[in-house]
Each structure stands twice: as structure tokens, then as C-alpha cells.
Design a protein around this ligand. Structure first.
Ligand code: CMC
Length: 425
């Protein structure tokens, strides 16, 4: 029997349907609340509000579970490749070998970026942050692809997906090449997606370039771990922008901007800067723990805490292990890793952190690996964006296929009541 919630408001009693998901999470469906009572709900930060139903990612913050399309993140990180996981997220099933090869070939049809995009890049100062440039360039792609994709046409939708995956990687690396003053590289269609990331970033015209397979494998895993995370700030932004029927590039450009903030994807850069600061300051982690707990100090322990995970972030566990392995294999001895481990150990037994359920999140160790792999700090959040791209695409596609209405929250007005106009001039 389906469950019902009863709500009494202003002396009026109404019944509201309860929706149950496939993992038994429950939601009170308030769709008719305003029509029936004149009331709305108020939930800043959406801590209790579901914005949609979704078949893409399942997350249990209490148990530390993360699954894409039913597959555990642990299995995917160990056994699958990033293009395979991208296909899974976007189309719902793991690809066969033939489907994966076809997907790869179809992406490669779009790996050339219009040369005129270079004029746009030239307009940015070299000091511009790569995330700002990436958001602008992604939006600029709409100018070169003005036709809005017809989401009901499977072929058109598929082509738009392949195009987005191809071009986003190239322009993401161009943001770095620009800051370095290097010539912009082209995608090499004889190589794989992650290998291409490396050559697009680091190949110089002055000599040959071969990506280190250890680094390519580590990046592949990192991209998988960032693939999707249900209705977080940037993904909700992509869905919200897309709900007005804005195109895929425009919606993803907005997602990049949302991801940039230090409370979201920008945390990976902030973590590394924080660890460097602690190192420079003499490595006294207790001092910074005390700062993080001091309510009069705005300092927060970056890479700690999560809106949803309240016991541990499964991605952080995988990344911590990978960080140890990669640093060992590459023979990197980074004092920053020791500081990170010391901070983590201290926080795990500290009353302030334990009582607020603050644990290391995905960003805590990712910057340490990126640094060991030679990725510049300013590019860390761009790495997150490359990994998150298939998730954004999958969520955008699902939102349009489900014919979701335009996102338009309400508010409770707390400003002046009507007042008579009297000029202050
Ligand atoms: N350091 C110190 N105190 C913290 C921290 C932290 N990193 N995070 C939360 N708190 C405290 C906060 O001050 C508050 O204390 P009190 O109850 O005494 O006022 C309590 O813990 C709850 O914090 P909140 O800000 O209300 O929690 P939230 O769910 O709104 O925020 C968060 C989640 C991730 C924004 C926050 O934990 C944070 O700012 N963390 C640091 C930034 C970070 O690492 N972000 C990456 C998130 S994971 C990657 C991604 O998916 O984007």
C-alpha cells in the first residue's frame, strides 16, 4: 500500500502522497501543497528538498555508498575506464566492446575546435583563472554551434553528446596552455581520451611527448571518481539552466561556474594551498586545527565536511589509497602528504569534527595526487570539471527526457510593505 503523509496547517488537514525510491528513500510529494493550502515550504540550501527523481546516481551519506547506475564506485574505479563510465552514466548501461569503440570513434569526429575560438582565448589576460576561461569558452561554443539540439531526436542528441565530450577536453587544456604562453595543441585521434588530456596539456612543439602510463591510469581513476554526484550545486545548476531549454554548452558553462567556488569543486585547489601554507608555517597542524574550530576565525579545514556524507566519503578512501600508490610508484616524497595525514588523524579523534560529522571529502587527497602527477594547482578544479562532464551531460539529458518543468523556486518576501514614493534627491 502506498504511504501517505498528513499535514495540518492553519487548522486545515491535508494528505500528501509519499514517493519511495528504489533504495527506499522517501519523500513527501508537496506538488499540490500551495494549491491546497496557500502555503509553500522554505528550505534554504535545499537541505531537505529533492528537486527531481533520477536514475543516474545513488548516494547514501550515512553509509558512505556511491553508485553510478547501480554499480559501486569501488568496482568502477578498479575495473572500468573513464570513457566506459561516461557511456554508462549518459546512456544507462555499460557499453559492449563494439559500442565503446563506436563511441570513441564518434567523439573523435568532433575533436577539432574551430580556429576562431583562439581569437577568444587571446582576449583573456594570461593571469586569468582557468575555470573562468573554461566557463567562457564553453559558452562561446554555442556561437559556433547555434542550432539547439532536438532532444527527441536520438541521433542529434547522441551527436551533441559526442561533440561536447570532444571539445570540452580540448578547450579545458587550452586554458592552461594560454596561462603558460604555449601554442595550443590539437587532439591526437590515434590516442585515447585520457592520454590525449596529457599530450594536449604538456606536449611541446620542440620535441616528442609520451605520456607516462602510470599517470594516465591514475587520472583515469580520478576522473571516474568525479563522474557524478547526484544533485550537488553544479549539477543542479546544469539542470536548472537546461530547464529553461537553454542548450547543452550554455548549461555546462553555468555548471563550470558553480563548480569553481571553494565550497564546491574549488576546494581541491584550496586544500593544496592550505597544506602549503601549513608547511611554510612550520607544519604545526594543531595550530590550524584550532583556527578551524575558532568561531571568530573564518578559516575552515578545506577538504573536510560534506553536505551529504556524514560518516565518510567513499571517494576520499579510494583517493587516499591511490595517492599512496602513485606517490610510491613515482618515487615522490611530498611533505604535504605527511601534513595531510596528520590533519586527518587529528580531526578523526577531535570532538569538534567528530560531533559535526566532518570527515575528509573527495578533495582532500585529490590535489596531492594532481601535484604528484605534475598538474598545476590552478588546474585542479578544471580536472574536477573534466571528470564531472559526463555526469552533467547525463543529468541534463535525463531532465529534458523527463520533460521536467522550468526550475522556478518561490520565496517568502521579507522586504518593505508598499510605501509611498518620496524622492530622496
Ligand atoms: N572546517 C571547520 N568547520 C566546519 C567545516 C570545515 N571544513 N565544515 C563544516 N564546519 C562546521 C560549520 O562551521 C558548522 O558548525 P556549527 O554547527 O558550529 O555552526 C557545522 O560544521 C556544519 O557546517 P555547514 O557549513 O552548516 O555544513 P554544510 O552541509 O552547509 O556545508 C561544506 C558542507 C562542504 C560546504 C562544508 O563542510 C565546508 O565548507 N567544507 C570545506 C570546503 C570543502 O571541502 N568543500 C568540498 C566539498 S566535497 C566536493 C564537492 O562535491 O564539491
Amino acid at each position: 500500500m502506498s504511504k501517505i503523509a498528513t499535514l495540518e496547517v492553519d487548522g486545515q488537514k491535508i494528505e500528501l502522497p509519499v514517493i519511495t525510491g528504489s533504495e527506499n528513500e522517501s519523500a513527501v510529494d508537496i506538488n499540490k501543497l500551495r494549491d491546497l493550502t496557500g502555503f509553500i515550504t522554505l528550505d534554504p540550501g535545499y537541505k531537505n528538498s529533492g528537486s527531481c527523481t533520477s536514475e543516474i546516481t545513488f548516494l547514501d551519506g550515512e553509509l558512505g555508498i556511491l553508485r553510478y547506475r547501480g554499480y559501486s564506485i569501488e568496482d568502477l574505479a578498479e575495473k572500468a575506464s573513464f570513457p566506459e563510465v561516461s557511456y554508462l552514466l549518459i546512456f544507462g548501461e555499460l557499453p559492449t566492446a563494439q559500442q565503446l569503440a563506436q563511441f570513441d570513434a564518434d567523439i573523435k569526429k568532433h575533436t577539432l575546435v574551430n580556429e576562431e575560438m583562439k581569437n577568444i582565448i587571446d582576449g583573456f589576460p594570461k593571469t586569468a583563472h582557468p575555470m573562468g576561461v573554461l566557463s567562457a569558452l564553453t559558452s562561446a561554443l554555442t556561437a559556433f554551434n547555434p542550432k539547439a539540439v532536438n532532444v527527441e531526436n536520438e541521433k542529434e542528441m547522441y551527436e551533441a553528446i559526442c561533440k561536447t565530450i570532444a571539445k570540452f577536453l580540448v578547450i579545458a587544456t587550452w586554458t592552461y596552455r594560454k596561462t603558460m604562453g604555449y601554442p595550443l595543441n590539437y587532439y591526437d585521434n590515434t590516442k585515447g581520451y585520457v592520454e590525449n588530456f596529457m599530450q594536449l596539456m604538456f606536449r611541446l612543439p620542440t620535441g616528442p611527448y609520451a605520456a607516462n602510463p602510470i599517470i594516465v591510469n591514475a587520472l583515469d581513476k580520478l576522473f571516474i571518481l568525479h563522474g557524478d554526484h547526484e544533485q550537488n550545486c553544479s549539477t543542479s545548476t546544469v539542470r536548472m539552466v537546461g530547464s529553461s531549454h537553454a542548450g547543452l554548452f550554455a548549461s555546462i558553462s553555468a555548471g563550470v561556474s558553480a563548480l569553481w567556488g571553494p565550497l564546491h569543486g574549488g576546494a581541491n585547489q584550496a586544500v593544496l594551498e592550505m597544506l602549503e601554507e601549513i608547511n611554510k608555517d612550520g607544519g604545526d597542524t594543531d595550530k590550524f586545527m584550532a583556527k578551524a574550530k575558532d568561531k571568530n576565525d573564518p578559516f575552515r579545514l578545506m577538504g573536510f565536511g560534506h553536505r551529504v556524507y556524514k560518516n565518510f566519503d567513499p571517494r576520499a578512501r579510494i583517493i587516499k589509497k591511490a595517492a599512496d600508490e602513485v606517490l610510491n610508484t613515482l618515487g615522490v616524497d611530498d611533505p604535504i602528504l605527511a601534513i595531510a595525514k596528520k590533519l586527518e588523524a587529528a580531526a578523526l579523534v577531535d570532538e569538534y569534527f567528530v560531533s559535526r560529522k566532518l570527515y575528509p571529502n573527495v578533495d582532500f587527497y585529490s590535489g596531492i595526487i594532481y601535484r604528484a602527477l605534475g598538474i598545476p594547482t590552478d588546474m585542479f578544479t578544471v580536472m574536477f570539471a573534466i571528470g564531472r562532464l559526463p555526469g552533467w551531460i547525463a543529468q541534463w539529458k535525463e531532465m529534458r527526457e523527463n520533460k521536467e518543468p522550468i526550475g522556478r523556486p518561490r520565496q517568502i518576501y521579507t522586504g518593505h510593505p508598499l510605501r509611498e514614493f518620496k524622492s530622496n534627491k
